[in-house]
Design a protein around this ligand. Sequence first.
Ligand code: DP6
Length: 325
Amino acid sequence: MRQARARAHTNFALVKYWGKRGSALNLPAVGSISVTLAGLSTETSVTFDSAAPEDTLELNGKPASVEDTQRVSRFLDLIRGKANLTDHARVVSTNDFPTGAGLASSASGFAALALAASAAAELQLDATELSELARRGSGSAARSIFGGFVELARGQRDDGSDCVAKELAPASHWPLKVLVAVVSDAKKETGSTTGMDASRTTSPYYPAWVDTHAHDLAALRSAIADRDFALLARVTERSCMKMHAVMLATDPALVYWRGATIDCVHAVRELQKNGLPATYTIDAGPQVKVLTTAEHAAAVASRIAAVPGVLRVVESELGPAARLV
Ligand code: DP6
């Protein structure tokens, strides 16, 4: 039996990934830049066992669905292929936040799985190779291999070898605070993979989204390098709203927002009018992720918590890379 355990933290993108240029190797159509969080992590242990009749996945203390187990099993096949291994595995994974509700559980999940499973299979992979592997599980997972500010390149090659993440700056470069306004604990209706494919094939805004992406990535890189909050806010919000415009114009429409989602957006805009550094982003779910500075975190958190329909505000900060535990 060979066993390893890893912890990875979730991340959310400021310049978003939505759409693929290749589905077999899970190649994104656009690059993305994210922040990895200190809280909101997944811990996963993988045990390859020659006596196990099949792969099993336990998620948050319960046997996972057939669908989730198959997705993990397909990912383990990649590792078995690289390591010349035929053993099945027992995978035990625990999230410290609700699964599938727009808090990017697939990001921390596949990053932790990539690290634990490759270590259990005794593969010697560096962080770049791990991010390429994690990307095969979920695009956003490639980013959770690294901490702080992270960019996942779109890449050009068909084999995906240049479609890898790298750290742009560590968390200590700009120790921003993160506030996640949770407005629903329900599992989202349309997963990212299905939603992206529908947007690519039906949304009239999809080509414009892809065409304007490089400009947003460049602007955000310089906002991070200069710690320019106003520029970071402007680019973050326009990338978020452009992505949601693509989603809303998908046929049938992808509407991930609840009423409280848009009320949080208005609350952040009101804080900005009052001169506070705050910005928001929303993924394929109803939660609103707010970034602010340490100095203003308490005031921003209490304003967001007061929005009707906000169930709770999860406070965090920028966090570390995935690691073996
Ligand atoms: C809206 O990484 O979950 O959160 O690669 O199909 O697994 P797959 O998609 P996933 O998509 C993330 C989409 C997003 C934006 C982002 O995180 O960049």
